[in-house]
Design a protein around this ligand. Sequence first.
Ligand code: UT7
Length: 341
Amino acid sequence: MTGRAAAPAAVIAGIGRYLPPDVVTNDDLAARLDTSDEWIRSRTGIASRHVIAPGTATSDLAVEAGRRALASAGGGGAEAVVLATTTPDQPCPATAPLVADRLGLGRVAAFDVSSVCSGFLYGLATAAGLIASGTAENVLLIAADAFTTIIDPADRSTAVIFADGAGAVLLRSGLPNEPGAVGRVVLGSDGSLGGLIEVPAGGSRQRSSGVAAGPGEDFFRMRGRETFRHAVGRMAESSRTALAAAGWDGPLAADRFAAHQANGRILTAVAEELGIPPERRLSNIERTGNTGAASLAVLLAEATARGELAAGHKTLLTAFGGGLAWGATSLLWPELKTVDD
Ligand code: UT7
């Protein structure tokens, strides 16, 4: 009897991150907005964030992070580039082909994934599918956002939270049970709540209406308090499903918990709901703010570089954001070299 061979798994073989050098502190924001360092720290856990210089685009961040992930994996290429972003360089074409070209990867498959702050997890599932189907042997997944380009600088409720950055992983074809193999990615969405996080204008709905965008409609808007509630519930729920899919014996089986860096209070609430103790929670929101799709990838790359996330750690990942869209997955963290610092 001949059985079908198991599909290859996507295995993380390299990781990198890039944060633009310019830093904005809470006091910098308080100098031009009706806010304070105390409010921002206590409500979000953020002290400072990295922002792009004028003229910089998402592809500039993505190329830097992608280059580092490729170097971390040993300097080879990739047969496909998947770029998770909410802030493409232009509405058309996708930004990934430009990034692939600038990385010198040749005429490889390249496309964008749009899933706001869950983009890295949606990108992981997409990259894993490319590998499982035999479309690509290895995939460079980059998650990058120049989020400050869609934030209304006068809106204190979002301007203090969102920031810019990029993270990347090189995924290679491997075995499902080896370190670094990405587990089942649990994904979900609820479009009926799309209005909680949106940029109202600039798409086909507004353009076909023949009515010009109203004041501020080109900017990102978030109904924070309602979003908060959904974020906690959906991340906790998808984390439990991912743990069960991995066959792990509940949240306490996870050595490390990495969640989208949306808000320090959200991270605490999700971890407490799951019963994950503080020393197992990874967080860098204090220094990065919320970098959208990039957030989880930047966190993983930074934690690896700092040794907070190391080979053998059973790691639980989860994210939540506009769409609404969310997800979670698990993996045994592999041995990785980092080249960031
Ligand atoms: O990444 C994608 C997913 N994103 C999230 O999951 C984010 C979810 N939401 C949040 O992180 C929080 O809801 C925020 C940080 C956005 C807001 O925190 P909050 O504790 O939910 O505050 P709130 O929106 O309920 O506002 C409380 C008060 C309001 O004043 P009043 O109405 O009570 O007088 C706001 O106007 O805080 C005011 N406020 C501010 N005050 C000083 C809002 N932003 C600021 C600010 N500085 N920057």
